[in-house]
Design a protein around this ligand. Structure first.
Ligand SMILES: CC(C)(COP(=O)(O)OP(=O)(O)OC[C@H]1O[C@@H](n2cnc3c(N)ncnc32)[C@H](O)[C@@H]1OP(=O)(O)O)[C@@H](O)C(=O)NCCC(=O)NCCS
Length: 160
């Protein structure tokens, strides 16, 4: 099995694997509109940021994992200020339980360490959680809730 950077030719697999991952998160298949947005994204993506790795064997993609990197102000726990979010982690069902997920996860952690990342975060599904915990990830009680504003509302704001 080879772990390599995702390429444009992997677009169909990346869409399918993301749909599999989303299904775990939302409890059902993602809407066709969501998949359309993804397919469109993968046709113009430069395949560098986010970084996406795929596991491949005999020309077949078995699974993938991605990480986005960004800078923040440093802190004692994160002296470099560099943060990473791991996402898009999925292995096709018939290939699970053979260590492919763990291998992908190790490779993305290695990439984080090579980039001097001081804080890694992710959203854990029930299936992903045992892997994350085995590497020392733990849930954090966040004192201030994460707040979000989405595009549709941002563009409607009167910012004059
Ligand atoms: C999470 C996922 C990527 C793991 O991929 P995988 O290739 O099956 O993972 P591995 O074979 O490397 O197994 C890693 C760990 O998962 C657990 N695991 C794997 N197969 C399991 C099974 N059949 N039953 C229970 N636990 C299992 C074990 O803890 C295992 O660790 P171990 O090998 O030390 O026992 C895969 O289950 C998946 O695609 N799930 C759906 C999408 C998803 O939830 N992604 C995570 C998003 S946060």
């Amino acid at each position: 099995m080879e772990i390599r950077k995702a390429l444009p030719r992997d677009a169909d697999d990346l869409v399918r694997l993301r749909a599999i991952m989303l299904e775990q998160v939302i409890g059902g298949p993602p809407a066709e509109a969501d998949l359309r947005v993804l397919r469109d994204f993968f046709t113009r993506w430069v395949y560098d940021d986010p970084l996406c790795l795929v596991a491949e064997e005999g020309g077949e993609v078995l699974g993938c994992i991605a990480a986005s990197f960004y800078n923040h102000f440093p802190s004692p726990k994160n002296p470099s200020g560099m943060q990473a979010e791991i996402h898009n982690f999925a292995v096709y069902e018939h290939h699970r339980g053979k260590g492919i997920g763990k291998t992908l996860f190790v490779r993305i952690l290695r990439e984080c360490r090579d980039r001097d990342v001081g804080r890694i975060s992710l959203y854990a599904t029930a299936m992903g959680r045992p892997i994350y915990e085995s590497f020392g990830f733990s849930s954090e009680v966040i004192v201030c809730p994460e707040m979000r504003l989405y595009y549709r509302d941002l563009v409607e704001l009167d910012l004059a």
